[in-house]
Design a protein around this ligand. Structure first.
Ligand SMILES: Cc1ncc(COP(=O)(O)O)c(C=O)c1O
Length: 360
């Protein structure tokens, strides 16, 4: 029987060689590979600075901590996202306010504007599944209400919005290099992008025990550093990320062509370069179809079955709220296999299996 996974990590001889080179170098944490990776990432995103950390979650925690925000301030974010999107907000004493989604599964700007209160201080749009959120409207709303914007780029490295890379439009942005992500470092990893030098310097200090020099600590910090082996892996992947993302785009176009009129396929916003971290369809009988595809050897996912505003860790903080578009989508969404090396015949096999399930 065929075995088609939901995602597959990219590998190459150059990556393997680069790891061995680091082993011989004697540098393991925040050394020359990490420095170069940070500079290359900043250039790629189109910002002045990139600061690596051991995950998106850590990096955004350091960022919010470094901003010294007044507790109780409200941050607006979508609920259809990975749970970690909300964690740093809560850990620094801020309050999450959840916003419903538009037809692209990203934050709905109309609902965003309705949810703004005198306590609002910032917006965290998520470029979900690799598609940039409606940044024109989001940035207009942010400006009108004097709110900062932190982009969640965990799923969208390399994506563009009107020619700008995601991560270059807000005050700062968080990235993830977790193994399933478009750019991976074979373990946990992430970082923040910003053109605010003071903010980048704060994050650098906090990620390494509030240390200014080896034996001088200015403030209480954390150990949320990055390591050299993973930086070497990341640098090799960054060289080919646009090509890997283009392959994802081609596979998505093939799925869309073959699934036309059969199931609901993803809507791409005008003016964006979507990097298809996930290819998500909608079907009424989702759970049964998922089971059927599993029996055919096809890995699928649900991103996400329980939206963040319905998670037990969150309901205690915000009480019961209703986000109708999000709550409808989570019952129907299904992520199909998607990775750069996905073969055309496997896409056809997935589509034929979907047709078989639906009897068409
Ligand atoms: C949208 C989104 N935000 C944040 C995260 C958290 O990333 P990390 O696992 O690097 O902390 C993820 C990863 O699952 C994600 O998909």
């Amino acid at each position: 029987m065929k075995k088609i996974p939901l995602s597959k990590v990219y590998n190459s001889k150059e990556i393997k060689d680069s790891v061995l080179k680091v082993l011989d170098s004697g540098n393991f944490i925040l050394g020359p590979e990490s420095d170069s990776f940070e500079k290359e990432l900043a250039g790629f995103v189109g910002v002045k600075r990139f600061v690596l950390s051991n995950s998106w979650t850590s990096a955004v925690h350091l960022l919010l901590k470094g901003m010294n925000l007044k507790e109780e301030g409200e941050i607006l974010l979508p609920s259809l996202t990975a749970f970690p999107s909300v964690e740093p907000i809560c850990h620094v004493g801020l309050k999450p306010v959840f916003v419903d989604i538009d037809e692209t599964y990203c934050m709905d700007p109309d609902d965003l504007e309705k949810k703004i209160t005198p306590k609002s201080i910032g917006i965290l749009p998520v470029h979900l599944y690799g598609q940039p959120a409606n940044m024109t409207r989001i940035m207009e709303i942010a400006k009108k209400h004097s709110l900062f914007v932190i982009e969640d780029c965990a799923q969208a490295v390399g994506a563009k919005y009107n020619g700008n890379r995601v991560g270059s439009m807000g005050l700062a942005a968080g990235f993830s290099f977790y193994p399933s992500k478009n750019l991976t470092v074979y373990g946990d990893g992430g970082g923040i992008a910003t053109s605010d030098d003071a903010l980048a310097d704060r994050v650098i200090s906090l990620r390494n025990h509030g240390r200014q020099s080896k034996f001088f600590n200015d403030e209480m910090g954390f150990n949320m550093r990055f390591n050299e082996i993973q930086a070497a892996v990341g640098r090799c992947q960054l060289k080919v990320i646009d090509e890997l993302n283009r392959n994802r785009g081609k596979h998505a176009a093939k799925y869309t062509e073959l699934l036309k009129g059969i199931v609901k396929t993803p809507k791409t916003r005008e003016g964006v370069e979507h990097v298809f971290h996930m290819y998500v369809i909608e079907v009424d009988d989702r759970d049964k179809m998922k089971e059927f595809l599993k029996e055919k050897g096809i890995g699928t996912g649900i991103h996400y079955p329980v939206p963040v505003h319905k998670q037990p860790a969150v309901t205690g903080l915000i009480g019961e709220i209703s986000l109708p578009a999000t709550e409808t989508a989570v019952k129907k969404i299904l992520s199909l296999p998607m990775y750069p090396a996905l073969e055309k015949e496997n896409i056809e096999y997935v589509v034929n299996s979907i047709k078989e399930f639906l009897g068409c």
